[in-house]
Design a protein around this ligand. Sequence first.
Ligand code: DGL
Length: 264
Amino acid sequence: MKPSDPILLFDSGVGGLSVLGELRKTLPDAPVIYAADLAALPYGEKSEAEIAARVPALLGRMVERFLPRLVTIACNTASTIALAAVRGALDVPVVGTVPAIKPAAALTKTGTIGLLGTAATIRQTYVDNLEREFAGGKKLLRHAAPELVAAAEAKLRGEPLPTGAIESAVAGLRDQDGGENIDTVVLACTHFPLVVSELSDQFGNDVHFVDGSEGIARRIAHLTQGHDFKREMPDFMVTTSDHDSLNSLAAALETYGLSEVRSF
Ligand code: DGL
């Protein structure tokens, strides 16, 4: 392994940047290639079969091209559906994203937790199993909020957020039976921490938010303990969509240390 071998961080869109932000704090010298499957965004509206067919194949081709030392699926939807298949298909370590139900259960005082994710994520048995294992005796209210994916994509492009996106996501939890008692919200989609300040304004100060990004950064650091890192060229983003349409993302990408966008 060479010190310049990158970590490949993968998401359907800009959501994985919330994970990249944490990774930068933990491993500032690690070379990163940020891969976004923008041609297939949003994953959350796709079927299990589509995700299960697309993600392992795409990541297989990306690993062949970029030879990363480690792959991180910085996407709850892809991880809850396809993590095992990706691990089976690749011969590099793969870190997945798990909805942060365990830390939320430790944090809640009222015993009522909200979970915001994509439609595909919130229906997974993976989430049922996390609820059973870590949130026994608590109430977990789930809501699919695809509008927050669009809101995060817009925000990073410097565009106005879709009207009512934040309000309808919050109402989707609050209006459920017992929703008024929610004091902790799991952001079970990597796009959502990118709009956490807007969510917080709407939920009010008494609600805390948890997501998986810190845990993922710690896991990557653990798996790369003892590795040498040296960036020999600026980090960049690759995307499956036509990169000419991505000029509006350039300023945001710069703040995450990504110098350019390349097509894949
Ligand atoms: N960022 C992805 C996640 O964590 C989902 C966004 C999408 O619907 O593509 O679930």
